[in-house]
Ligand binder design. Structure first.
Ligand code: B4P
Length: 182
């Protein structure tokens, strides 16, 4: 079983591909976006804290996400492998994940960078129509990606873990390429 990080701008298809591959290979799919959206919809303490950041296209504060990942990766089903979808999203989160994996005696196999041009991202998100998918919020999410998440491409490149895939291809072709990495 593999341990993979899915990196990329909002709307790049991380969630779409993570779900498909997790089902195909029976690997836990851990999406911080999904966990946060579920927390918001049931208005847990985490959800109440996260909601305004998500609605505005900002990242949720690092410590909230770091804590939820520590809890999730500690569960028994995540010991043999996982697909981390949307985490880490900042250098602080990536450093924290490195420390956590040492504690868990695990290593990440690859960080997959989904490369998709901005125009395609905006178009995809507008047609998806999620609550945080209006045009102003999408533009803000893309800025936040460039400022805070894009530095992780170098972070994993330096550690010789990075694989970049062309996420603008049809879904089945992206799946086929990712499947070869598992
Ligand atoms: P996420 O839920 O991670 O959402 P995302 O980046 O917008 O989407 P993703 O790349 O998964 O796109 P998808 O497959 O759905 O984050 C949401 C928010 O949560 C963040 O803005 C932030 O506030 C918060 N958050 C999450 N993680 C955090 C963290 N670690 N730290 C702090 N805050 C955090 O694809 C998009 C659309 O494209 C879909 O409609 C899909 O059908 C379509 N599509 C996919 N692949 C395609 C293809 N190949 N061709 C054509 N269309 C395709």
């Amino acid at each position: 079983m593999a341990r993979l990080i899915f990196l990329g701008p909002p709307g790049a298809g991380k969630g779409t591909q993570a779900k498909l591959l997790a089902d195909l290979h029976n690997i836990p799919h851990i999406s911080t976006g999904d966990i946060l959206r579920a927390a918001v919809s049931s208005q847990t303490t985490l959800g109440v804290k996260a909601q305004s950041y998500m609605d505005g296209g900002e990242l949720v504060p690092d410590q909230l996400v770091i804590d939820l990942i520590r809890e999730r990766l500690g569960q028994p089903d995540a010991q043999p492998g996982w697909i981390l979808d949307g985490y880490p999203r900042t250098v602080v989160q990536a450093d924290s994940l490195d420390g956590l994996l040492i504690e868990l005696n695990q290593t990440c196999d690859r960080a997959i960078n989904f490369d998709v041009p901005d125009e395609a991202l905006v178009e995809r998100m507008l047609s998806r129509g999620r609550k945080d998918d209006n045009e102003d919020v999408i533009r803000r999410r893309l800025e936040v990606y460039r400022e805070q998440t894009a530095p992780l491409i170098d972070y994993y490149q330096t550690r010789e873990k990075l694989t970049t895939i062309d996420g603008s291809q049809p879904m089945e072709e992206v799946t086929e390429q990712l499947d070869k990495l598992i």
